[in-house]
Write a protein that binds this ligand. Structure first.
Ligand code: WTA
Length: 649
């Protein structure tokens, strides 16, 4: 590292009132590593257990026996922890503030109300025959019913699988079949930025695909009253089904290692993986990270702008804040509607104290200039956070200066769907901030930097980010495919969890995440596998071969750049480009819309036929001078042709 990064030291006033100052962080961190059994036994006390666990950590990362168990003899119920235990003290306090897409629409839901409604949804699910261990798929807008449905599943021991509302019917079908869900909860339409998205139509289309006849019931939240088709044998309105139910539903006793949810995410190969998260460890970790990383204090309004369809929404809209008895804001719309000032206006309207968002959203606002923030004061803000992708220092500084008015620390939080909760982030009362660095590990997390031969590098270093030992929030397996879990995360290097990210560690021991080192893209903070996009493309008759790479994009972080080789029967045309874009949107969803398609008469391959993506990435990034050694290519002239017709110059 040549240049010194700018440092924003912890402020004394902040540290004085924080859950952890520097000394506390260091002492707790050390204890969490030296004596995880005792540390996590104490931390488990933050939850209410039906049976207190006595066996705390029993985990193996050994590739021949990957087996992860936390609190394995403990029993608890997640919904009871998020709702019931708060009723006595804060039953009348707001659990969820819902802000609709339309700024005139908002609602406050108290803990008592959320408790009753969740119980009713739970009873409705039971009436449909859902019980402990059954899976329920949710494909929903950002409405309180989504949180109720998640908690209702947790209450009766059902396993939810939430699918982000931007996925297509094919993607829904794949996940319904993967999870073998007999029940889907959806809405007629969602509303985002004034536009309606036909969720129910998408579910209907999904349920025409092979294997989806496993689904017997579709429960539909009436959000807009828009036109939808109705299938009497399987469709029911959410309100008709739920309103009539009893307000009490006993919380099922769950083992700490019973599954809580499945969440699909993209990897470098094959179809998306359904990660399996379990009960006791996940909730302990979501609750603890929410408290410490965001320095959350009772009574504060916490706003995570993610969608509940992603892990960030699971852990920091629903489970973390509610386990902590907090007030969580759920926003239905998009940050730029009806105007670019919306985020700030929501902060003022609901007196938000902590705002947790994504770099891509920050860059989008920044592109519209400081004036976008003039419609709000944001004096209620105390802390800011980011997640999902590396944040460039310019965006960090803008967020700090303009949005937070130089008063609010920013916690840059690195973690993954697989992790369950935040892994590397500056605890705001303890750790000096460096724009662009996620800084230090959370309690119990043992990151390391490895070279490609599997040597752990010490001190200042650059390489692959791995985690040496288990933490309670981590996914236990891939649903129905433990072997794939082992192969994906524990076989690159034996005995450690491989994150798929590259990083460097500076002389202060701070971590800087440099992005994925595998074939996973991160587009606007959304994870996407290049292999998934390629398989969508080759399904089109015109495509003989396709290679997908990411390239730097000012707002999205990464854009999707596609090289397509056509079959002999097709001619390159703009029309065909549109068709191929449609093809990807249909197969995966609008979130995977390609940015650039370049026609490639052929692709650069090694003599053994392997596509050299390194070269394709460079050309897409317009870095044609640094292509490196191309002498191993079967036909080096292919490269000149691609450079000549590249799109991003
Ligand atoms: C990236 C989101 C840099 C990273 C919670 C990771 C980040 C992937 C950061 C996981 C960050 C997430 N700085 N990169 N603060 N946070 N990432 O599963 O590449 O949707 O592997 O989980 O996002 O994305 P996922």
């Amino acid at each position: 590292m040549s240049e010194q990064p700018q440092v924003h030291p912890v402020r004394d006033e902040f540290a004085a009132n924080a859950w952890a100052d520097k000394a506390q962080y260091e002492a707790m961190y050390q204890r969490s590593i030296e004596d995880p059994q005792a540390f996590w036994a104490e931390q488990a006390e933050r939850l209410e257990w039906i049976k207190t666990p006595t066996r705390i950590k029993n985990t193996s990362f050994d590739r021949d026996n990957v087996d992860i168990r936390w609190f394995e003899d403990g029993e608890l119920n997640v919904a009871a922890n998020c709702l019931d235990r708060h009723l006595a003290h804060r039953g009348g306090e707001t659990a969820i503030i819902w802000e609709g897409d339309d700024p005139a629409d908002s609602r406050h839901i108290t803990y008592a109300e959320l408790y009753e409604r969740t119980n009713q949804v739970a009873n409705a699910l039971k009436e449909m025959g859902v019980g402990k261990g059954d899976t329920v798929t949710l494909y929903m807008p950002m409405v309180p019913e989504a949180a109720m449905a998640m908690l209702a599943c947790a209450r009766i021991g059902a396993v939810h699988s939430v699918i982000f509302g931007g996925f297509s019917p094919d993607a829904i079908a794949q996940r319904v079949v993967g999870a073998q869900s007999r029940v889907i909860i959806t809405a007629d339409e969602s509303v985002r930025g004034g536009k309606h998205v036909p969720l129910k139509d998408n579910v209907d289309a999904a349920l025409t695909r092979d294997g989806t006849d496993v689904c017997e019931h579709v429960m539909v939240v009436k959000r807009t009253g828009g036109d939808i088709d109705w299938h009497d044998h399987r469709d029911t309105w959410f309100h008709t089904m739920v309103d009539k139910q009893a307000l009490e539903c006993p919380a099922e006793t769950m083992n700490a290692e019973d599954p809580l949810f499945i969440l699909y995410t993209s990897g470098s190969t094959g179809a998306p993986k359904g990660l399996k998260h379990t009960t006791g460890g996940y909730l302990t970790y979501a609750s603890m990270t929410h408290q410490y990383v965001f320095d959350y204090k009772p009574g504060e309004v916490f706003w995570c702008t993610a969608d509940v369809g992603w892990i960030t929404g699971h852990s920091y809209i629903v489970y973390g804040p509610l386990a902590n008895g907090g007030t969580t804001l759920m926003f239905e719309g998009v940050p730029t509607y009806p105007s670019h000032g919306r985020i700030g206006e929501i902060v003022d309207k609901h007196q938000v104290n902590i705002l947790y968002t994504a770099p891509t959203a920050i860059r989008a606002l920044m592109a519209h200039g400081d004036e976008t923030m003039h419609s709000s004061h944001r004096d209620s803000l105390r802390l800011l956070g980011t997640v999902g992708e590396p944040i460039n220092p310019e965006a960090w500084e803008w967020f700090y200066r303009v949005v937070g008015k130089e008063r609010c620390p920013i916690v840059d939080t690195w973690w993954q769907t697989e992790n369950g909760g935040i892994m590397i982030a500056p605890l705001p009362g303890a750790i000096d901030l460096k724009p662009g660095s996620a800084t230090k590990p959370f309690f119990g997390v043992r990151p390391a930097v490895m070279d490609s031969d599997g040597n752990v590098l010490e001190g200042q270093a650059e390489g692959n980010l791995v985690i040496l030992d288990s933490w309670p929030g981590q996914a236990r397996s891939i649903w129905g495919d433990h072997e794939r879990f082992v192969n994906t995360y524990f076989s690159t290097y034996d005995g450690v969890y491989f994150t798929g990210d590259g990083c460097r560690r500076d002389t202060d021991g701070d971590y800087w995440i440099t992005g994925r080192v595998d074939d996973v893209l991160n587009v606007s903070g959304h994870r996407m596998g290049t292999a998934e996009i390629e398989s969508a493309l080759v399904a089109h008759d015109a495509v003989a071969e396709a290679a997908v790479v990411g390239y730097p994009h000012d707002i999205k972080g990464q854009g999707i750049y596609i090289y397509v080789t056509l079959t002999d029967d097709y001619e390159a045309s703009d029309e065909l480009k549109k068709e191929l874009i449609q093809q990807v949107r249909k197969d995966i969803g609008p979130i995977a819309s390609p940015d650039v398609i370049q026609w490639a008469p052929s692709l650069p391959k090694t003599r053994s036929g392997k596509i050299m993506r390194r070269i394709l990435r460079k050309i897409a990034a317009n870095e044609c001078d640094g292509l490196g050694d191309i002498s191993t290519l079967a036909d080096p002239s292919v490269v000149d042709e691609l450079i000549e017709h590249r799109a991003n110059r």
